[in-house]
Design a protein around this ligand. Structure first.
Ligand code: ADP
Length: 480
């Protein structure tokens, strides 16, 4: 069977690249989901130019026109949730239920930002001078470059593209190389929903080839990026000294604290969902379990017994709890970290390769790790959790705050004082009480502290900060 060849989209038209790259199913790498025609420098420049040309027209549309496009696109995404979820599970490897959930989330985000487009974002203020009126208004930035990772192939693009468009910006979107098909569908849906040509452009290509043109082109006003700390830093360094607005969402090393006062069942479920959901490939994954002495053994036993019935397999098979790791190199990285954990003295439970075709890995616990262990400090991005035993609640807070990538942090406790104290004491950008560290809402700010984030928060009411610039106007009206 010949595969569908997906190409970049520039000014509303297909824009073929210079080389082809297969998009492989991580559950069965002999299954070619699609073939991506990979763009290069020429594609990147053409896409930015198209977005710059389209900007004045799109910026002049009314909020209602922009809301209608986003709402229509959101409706199509929701109506096609089963089909798009199947594509996402096939391309990225999360289970069908997780993939469908992500698609629904993308639809909700599009509809949410349709509403945001219609909300008032300005202010009228009395001047301190008589006869002078002040307005503070929000204006679009211009061309926004959107660069996204592979782990949420449709939701992350939606939560960057939707606010960019809602506030009147035009977009150049570069998805991760591993997931071109989900990205292509989102762009196709938005363009058919009524975007004028050039308002949303898609560049399929390698970050190393197209990245610098997409971020450094003089017409690019802003760059919003989600991905690794290394690439984020590289973008920031490349743009140093420029006035380009930059928003980075990078790694997370997210602790889940479980105290002696936790409900054991709740804690087991929080860790299993937060640590191993989406194969642990979430920047908000609970990758460090911090357990106080009195509950540690019962908690580990509970998690092990829950994982004993855990089914790892083809992402699209019935009754599966966890799909494959995204590709061979990520699988090697997961195994490398498990080997380091063992070499540093941890007792590694699980973590064997499963099956012989797909990139399957058994969920793994690194027992007896400390906060200083490599596996507790560096982002693995797999179904791997390090388990740190601490004496008491105070030590648990210190261990949780030892992270340098403070995206999300959780605590399981039934004690109100511990819950309230942890919410204040945590250094993370998001705090969860009796919930997994992963799993957030779309109408509130998302982001971390430390090495995890740079620039204004994403999503919800915070999106206006990054995707617009404010203007303060003074008017002396005079006497009638
Ligand atoms: P991940 O580990 O999630 O793949 P990366 O940071 O490698 O994280 O990739 C995230 C996104 O950044 C991808 O779309 C990738 O193509 C892109 N990217 C990689 N290198 C660069 C670069 N130098 N400039 C801009 N984008 C890049």
């Amino acid at each position: 069977m010949t595969s569908r060849v997906l190409a970049s989209v520039v000014a509303g038209a297909r824009y073929a690249g210079s080389a082809e790259q297969p998009d492989l199913n991580p559950s069965d790498p002999t299954d070619v989901v699609a073939v991506a025609s990979m763009g290069d420098l020429d594609t990147a420049v053409a896409a930015v130019d198209a977005a710059a040309t389209a900007f004045p027209g799109w910026a002049a549309t009314t909020p209602w026109q922009r809301a209608e496009v986003l709402d229509r696109a959101g409706s199509e995404v929701l109506a096609r949730a089963d089909e798009l979820g199947d594509l996402l599970a096939r391309e990225e490897g999360k289970t069908l239920a997780e993939a469908r959930g992500e698609v629904v989330r993308a639809g909700q985000i599009l509809k949410y930002f349709a509403g945001v487009a219609l909300q008032p974002h300005g202010q009228a203020v009395d001047s301190v001078r008589a006869g002078v009126e002040i307005t503070v208004t929000r204006e679009p930035l211009g061309v926004v470059t959107v660069i996204t990772p592979w782990n949420f192939p449709i939701a992350i693009p939606a939560w960057k593209i939707a606010p960019a468009l809602a506030f009147g910006n035009t977009v150049v979107f570069k998805p991760a190389e591993l997931v071109p098909a989900s990205a292509w569908e989102l762009v196709d849906i938005l363009n058919r929903a009524g975007l004028p040509p050039g308002v949303l452009n898609l560049v399929l290509g390698r970050g190393s080839q197209v990245g610098s043109a997409l971020t450094g082109h003089p017409s690019v006003a802003a760059v919003t990026f989600t991905g690794s700390v290394e690439t984020g830093r590289r973008i920031l360094e490349a743009l140093a000294g420029r006035s380009t607005k930059v928003q980075l969402e990078l790694g997370g090393k997210n602790p889940l604290v479980v105290t002696d006062k936790a409900d054991l069942g709740v804690a087991v479920e929080c860790l299993v969902q937060g640590g191993f959901g989406s194969t642990g490939q979430r920047c908000t994954a609970s990758s460090v379990l911090v357990a106080t002495d009195g509950i540690h053994d019962a908690l580990v036993a509970g998690i092990r017994s829950r994982l004993a019935g855990w089914r790892v397999g083809d992402a699209r098979a019935n009754g599966i709890d966890m799909g494959p790791v995204v590709d061979a190199s990520q699988l090697e990285q997961d195994e490398r970290y498990l080997a380091i954990a063992a070499a540093e003295g941890a007792d590694v439970i699980g973590g064997r390769r499963l099956g012989d075709a797909g990139h399957f890995l058994e969920p793994a616990l690194a027992l007896g790790a400390t906060v200083d262990s490599t596996i507790s400090r560096e982002e693995v991005f797999g179904p791997v959790v390090s388990v740190v035993r601490v004496a008491d609640y105070e030590e648990a807070v210190a261990a949780a705050n030892a992270s340098t990538m403070n995206l999300s942090a959780g605590i399981c406790t039934t004690n109100l004082a511990e819950a309230a104290h942890f919410r204040r004491a945590s250094k993370a950008g998001m705090v969860m009480v009796n919930l997994p560290t992963a799993g957030v809402d779309f109408h509130v700010p998302f982001g971390g502290r430390g090495e995890s984030s740079h620039g204004p928060r994403e999503q919800g009411t915070a999106a206006v900060e990054f995707f617009t610039t404010s203007k303060t106007s003074y008017l002396a009206a005079g006497r009638p």
